[in-house]
Every structure is written in structure tokens, then in C-alpha cells.
Write a protein that binds this ligand. Structure first.
Ligand SMILES: O=C(O)CCC(=O)C(=O)O
Length: 343
């Protein structure tokens, strides 16, 4: 079956509250319940069912063999990356307007969409051990944020995410096993790690860092349509799916502020120092290069008047002492220099 274009739809904009903004920074993550409408989740799940049954295919990727028993077909994949570059529905999910509304408030206003992942996580499939996402996806300055969309109920039993609250303030630990060139190597006393994402705590060298936050690791149990937003520094993990029948599917997008430099293209080559031109401008504007969505999903790259519009810059102003000694905001006094931006 050929993948269909996704018809543009109208959504009620989502407004992040001050409390949610503070929670995101205090906890390192934020759950927004019911952000994605049920009909969109239903549509995506039908697509995932079709993939697993071999009724839909992923260009360039081998589908489950036709003669495999249905229960074996379900285990054909654990996860698939970057499908937004080959399937319109994945591009639509990566650029879902309600997800972007939240990102615009948390890390924007300019948002670049970098990566997508689909987790199948059927009963018995494994989780992912302690890791920090910015270890894998560097952005400079680091503004990385994940948006984890629940497609099924995610519970402790079927392998939901676990977040180590407080660890969002940790630097990104570089490794000495050569798995990634990233990390905050400039810090004098930082101890390099090994085996990030390894589910064996005794091998994963982020375990002692996570243990600094003993008692603060929390499970993020969510329902379909709920979205978990989490920054690139928080140490998090998921366990294996221990349920007998309940899959734990999820769609995960990664984003950054579109004014960050992104020397990353999912391991694929790019020209020059940054790969910003490979990633889609989702909201706002940027002085850096960016890509267009391949399947025309509406976003700032192709509809700047709708998703990229910004208020016009105001006249330059300064914080200056008033006659009574209090600080007030005043227009600059020196008009000719102000126009050139000279103080
Ligand atoms: O969904 C999972 O099991 C792991 C996802 C994760 O850790 C991530 O998206 O960074």
C-alpha cells in the first residue's frame, strides 16, 4: 500500500501555562495530557498495525516476511528512526501543530525539527538504559527537547519512561569508549562514562550519576495522546515490556531552538560544519539554513506568514535611572546611534 499524503486539519491551539513552564524546568520534564486528539492516535496506530502485518511498507526497509506467524511479525521491529523522511504520516506527527505549540513555549519561539523515532515495544521487547539525549544529538547552544507521544497506555508493567528528577541540571557526560564525540568535555573534573543506554546498571556508567538523585526517579505513566516533553540533559530510561499482551508503542520527536547550531544528521553525511539545512523549520524563523518538509506538512518553512510571523522589532530601549533614582525603561537618547544599534 502506498503511503498517503495527510490532509491539513485545523486544531485548537494549545497554550502552555506558567505552572507548566515552571514544572518543565523544575522536574526536567512535563506531561501534557490529551495533547494529540484521539482520531490522530487512532490513525497512527492503524498505520503501525499495518506495518507490523506487512500491509504497509517502509521504503528502503525490509518488512516482516509474509509467511511469518502473526505473533512473530509483531516482533520484527523494535524501533525505527527518521521515518519522517520517507513517510508523510511521520512527517505530520513530527510537525503536529499541538506538539509545536508546546515546544514554541518551552524552547522556542523558533523551533527546528530534527529527528523522529517509532517504538514498537511489543510484550517481551527490551527497554533502553540510563542515557541523556544530548549525548546522541548535539545542539549548540544545547536546546534539545524530546516530545514522547504515547500511542498505547504506557505503564510500569509494559515499559513506560522513568525520569530522574534533578538530573536535568547535570552536564552531558562524554564517554571514553568512543561511542559518541559529544559531551561537556570542557569541565575539569568530569568523569567520562561508558555504555550509555545499556540496560545493565552495573555496566552503564551513568548509574552512579543517577544514584545522586536517589528517591527522585519517577515513572511517567501516560495514556494515548498524552505527550511527555523532556530536555536533552535529564537522565532517563525505560524497562522491558513485562506484560503478556499490552504493546507500548510511542512516537518520539526531537527538536531544538532553530537558532542553535546542529552538527548532527543522524549519522548521515552533511556539508560544512552544521547540518541545520537537513532539518525542518517547524515554527518561527532563523538566521541559519533549514530544510523544507518533504511531504508538504504545513509549518514555518513552507508557511512563514502563518507559522513564522513575529512581531516587528520595537524601537531600542534601555533600563536607565530616573530622576528619583529608580530604574525605568526609556527610549535611547541618542537617536542616530540607536538606529545603528550603537550604545
Ligand atoms: O521509549 C523508550 O523506551 C525510550 C525512549 C527514550 O529514551 C528517548 O526517546 O530518549
Amino acid at each position: 500500500m502506498v503511503a498517503q499524503q495527510v490532509e491539513p486539519q485545523v486544531y485548537t491551539p494549545y497554550r502552555v501555562s506558567v505552572e507548566q513552564y515552571v514544572t518543565f524546568r523544575e522536574q526536567g520534564f512535563l506531561v501534557v495530557p490529551g495533547l494529540i486528539p484521539p482520531e490522530d492516535i487512532q490513525r497512527f496506530n492503524t498505520h503501525v498495525d499495518n506495518l507490523l502485518a506487512g500491509r504497509e511498507t517502509i521504503p528502503g526497509i525490509v518488512s516482516p516476511p509474509i509467511d511469518l506467524p502473526p505473533e512473530e511479525k509483531l516482533k520484527h521491529w523494535q524501533r525505527a528512526h527518521m521515518l519522517h523522511r520517507v513517510l508523510p504520516l511521520h512527517e505530520f506527527f513530527l510537525l503536529h501543530p499541538r506538539t509545536l505549540d508546546v515546544l514554541e513555549a518551552l524552547i522556542g519561539p523558533d523551533v527546528l525539527a530534527l529527528q523522529s523515532m517509532l517504538f514498537f515495544k511489543q510484550p517481551g521487547q527490551i527497554g533502553q538504559g540510563y542515557h541523556q539525549d544530548s549525548y546522541y544529538i548535539p545542539t549548540q547552544p544545547d536546546t534539545l527537547c524530546g516530545a514522547w507521544v504515547a500511542l498505547d497506555p504506557a505503564t510500569e508493567e509494559n515499559g513506560c519512561l522513568w525520569m530522574t528528577v534533578g538530573s536535568q541540571h547535570e552536564p552531558i557526560y562524554p564517554d571514553d569508549d568512543g561511542a559518541s564525540p559529544n559531551g561537556d568535555r570542557i569541565l575539569g573534573d568530569i568523569q567520562p562514562i561508558r555504555n550509555a543506554s545499556n540496560t545493565d546498571e552495573t555496566l552503564n556508567a551513568l548509574t552512579p550519576v543517577a544514584r545522586k538523585y536517589a528517591g527522585r526517579e519517577v515513572s511517567a505513566e501516560v495514556q494515548p495522546g498524552d505527550v511527555i516533553f523532556f530536555g536533552g540533559h535529564i537522565i532517563h530510561r525505560s524497562h522491558s515490556n513485562r506484560s503478556k499482551t499490552q504493546s507500548r508503542r510511542s512516537f518520539v520527536g526531537h527538536y531544538c531552538n532553530a537558532r542553535s547550531f546542529v552538527p548532527w544528521n543522524h549519522g548521515m553525511p552533511y556539508e560544512g560544519d552544521s547540518a541545520n539545512d537537513q532539518h525542518i523549520l517547524a515554527r518561527g524563523s532563523t538566521h541559519l539554513p533549514y530544510a523544507q518538509p518533504r511531504f508538504g506538512t504545513p509549518c514555518a518553512a513552507n508557511q512563514p506568514e502563518r507559522y513564522g510571523a513575529r512581531p516587528a522589532p520595537k524601537k531600542p530601549q534601555s533600563m536607565m535611572p530616573a530622576r528619583n533614582g529608580l530604574l525605568i525603561i526609556t527610549p535611547h537618547a541618542d537617536e542616530p546611534h540607536d538606529e545603528k544599534g550603537v550604545m
